[in-house]
Design a binder for this molecule. Sequence first.
Ligand code: SAM
Length: 296
Amino acid sequence: MAPEESAGTAHLLRSFEHRYLAARALRSFPWQSLEEKLRDSSDSELLLGILQKTVKHPLCVKHPPSVKYARCFLSELIKKPSGDSVTLSESTAIISHGTTGLVTWDAALYLAEWAIENPAAFAHRTVLELGSGAGFTGLAICKTCHPRAYIFSDCHSHVLEQLQGNVLLNGFSFEPDITANSGSPTVMLAQLDWDDVTVPQLSAFQSDVVIAADVLYCPEIILSLVRVLQRLSACRKDQRAPDAYVAFTIRNPETCQLFTTELGQAGIRWEAVPCHDQKLFPYQEHSEMAILKLTL
Ligand SMILES: C[S@@+](CC[C@H](N)C(=O)[O-])C[C@H]1O[C@@H](n2cnc3c(N)ncnc32)[C@H](O)[C@@H]1O
């Protein structure tokens, strides 16, 4: 471990120790720094170190804090390593039940990688995802980017059923979280069809960020998507319109061209987000991927 890294770890351990010995509010603990460290190194030694400095500290063994305090602390700590993984139930077929939404597509992985590198784009914000499919991107964002609320959406009933299972499988619930210190986002699931959804329905989500992955695979879908983006831009006349990010695999340049042309006609400006190199997830080596940031 580099000297500055070990100094950082020692500082983090001390912060946990001091706060725990003083029985400080759980929200004052440096959870975010811990998550960042775990993300960099998945260091189980670090978690053991925190246990030694807190619950197993000789002073705490002799004069333990309340059982409730220790339990809340431990349940918060236990959540941290699981932040490294997303577990999904998926179909084995690319298309089943007439939908492409039961498997995770490469653009979902690519967008999740970008989100993990750019958590500030989502932190403390309400995110609406269009065409969530199996839910990979959203779950990765919920686990690593600290959104205030995350709305998974799709139009297909089988997809929604599987998505609901995947959200629960990853430890999120659709109940409002009453443990104010948990830092968990409010998670919602919406049946939302881009062809039917109205401006008032979209406004009700109060989204600050809209994302979508792999939703440009045929001309009809592109036209529907641009229409829903236009409605989203009409949502918050008096407030800032949401930021929108659309990730896709460039399978066919004409399809991408159609998307940007339709965006232009709808008066939606766009810019390409610079490519990121850090591959966290396995996907096809040579597939070309892009993310467009839209100004709604
Ligand atoms: C190729 S899948 C991508 C799923 C996921 N975002 C991913 O990248 O793994 C496209 C998703 O868009 C959804 N979808 C297609 N047309 C839609 C529409 N009109 N309204 C809402 N969702 C739609 C499908 O049900 C499907 O889940």
